[in-house]
Design a protein around this ligand. Structure first.
Ligand code: FAD
Length: 290
């Protein structure tokens, strides 16, 4: 089964997890996955920590997901730290295990990185390479930033680069977090007008902790904090973590409804390796009764 076939029929539901550090056991994450499976996700993706202390561990997780028989694993993969030969070796390893869905990314250079930047500069080049070498053996997802990738000079340039990734052979698009549904809608309308027609899977980062929201939006991704979310952060600024989390979950549920009303192709929850918030939000959005 291909994820794109599912998206052609209905909105998909999925989760992202990340591998534990090399010296940590896998079991706690396997427990989280078991809980997430109760929501019958269409796929679970696992991040790729290029050059990090957990490099390579994503394959163990993807394999465990595949062997569970519960859902489809997607392995994230970055050009950074990988030569053409490295890519071939890892794609061959994926296929030999039965993993045929990947999210092809450029990645970001880890702090203090002294290794190779890899043979490709942009994700589109790797997508073209994998498509050429492996034909249709892989379903390839690509990343997109509804509020523009932080390094792109203009929206127009960034969108042109999305089009290049699609034309290089990407099958669907997975988005960066975006708390501003209005801005998302404008971006979606624009990419559709410019010929990016592949399904769009929306990344949902639940609002659970004020410092994390501020850090994720402003610290790394250049994403906006829309007025209602800014107001929520201010109102609960000195409240307990538990009270903020409750209000944040309510905010997330409302945002998910707004996304669903746009007729998006998929919802992809960043689980942060915890199941409880995802379960609560999916329950409140009716996603547990599929
Ligand atoms: P690209 O598509 O290469 O784009 C990067 C920048 O280059 C953009 O500004 C783009 O406009 C520009 N660009 C693209 N093509 C050209 C061109 N031909 N000429 C000039 N400029 C160009 N990172 C990880 O390390 N591991 C992960 O597991 C991971 N998972 C992610 C999951 C999702 C859903 C998302 C949205 C991001 C994830 N990331 C991950 C982060 C991602 O690697 C970064 O956002 C990275 O900075 C950009 O990756 P990209 O694939 O979008 O790059």
């Amino acid at each position: 089964m291909k994820i794109t076939d599912i998206m052609a029929k209905r909105m998909s539901l999925s989760f992202e997890v990340f591998p534990p550090k090399a010296d940590k056991p896998l079991e706690p994450l396997l427990g989280v996955l078991d809980q997430l499976y109760s929501l019958e996700p269409d796929f679970v993706s696992c991040t790729y920590g290029a050059g990090g202390t957990n490099a390579g561990r994503h394959m163990e997780i993807c394999r465990a997901i595949l062997e569970s028989g519960k859902t489809i694993p997607i392995s994230h993969f970055t050009t950074i730290a990988n030569s053409r030969d490295d890519i071939r070796k890892q794609m061959d390893a994926c296929l030999s295990l039965g993993i045929n869905h990947i999210l092809a990314l450029r990645g970001d250079i880890p702090q203090g990185w002294e290794g190779t930047r890899g043979d490709f500069t942009h994700a589109s080049e790797m997508i073209r390479f994998i498509r050429r070498e492996y034909g249709d053996q892989f379903v390839i997802a690509m990343a997109g930033a509804p509020e523009k990738h932080i390094e792109a000079a203009t929206f127009a340039e960034d969108i042109a680069h999305l089009r290049m990734k699609q034309d290089a052979g990407a099958d669907f698009l997975m988005t960066q977090l975006c708390y501003d549904v209005e801005r998302f809608k404008r971006w979606l309308d624009t990419i559709r007008r410019t010929g990016v027609h592949i399904p769009v899977d929306v990344g949902i980062m639940p609002v659970l902790n004020k410092n994390s929201v501020i850090k994720m939006c402003l610290g790394t991704n250049g994403c906006s904090i829309p007025q209602p979310l800014a107001e929520l952060i201010s109102r609960y600024y000195n409240a307990s973590d538990e009270d903020f989390r409750k209000a944040g979950i309510e905010y997330t549920v409302k945002m998910v409804y707004e996304y669903m009303a746009l007729g998006i192709d998929g919802l992809h929850f960043y689980s942060l390796n915890k199941a409880d918030a995802a379960l609560t939000i999916c329950e409140a959005c009716g996603l547990s009764y599929r």
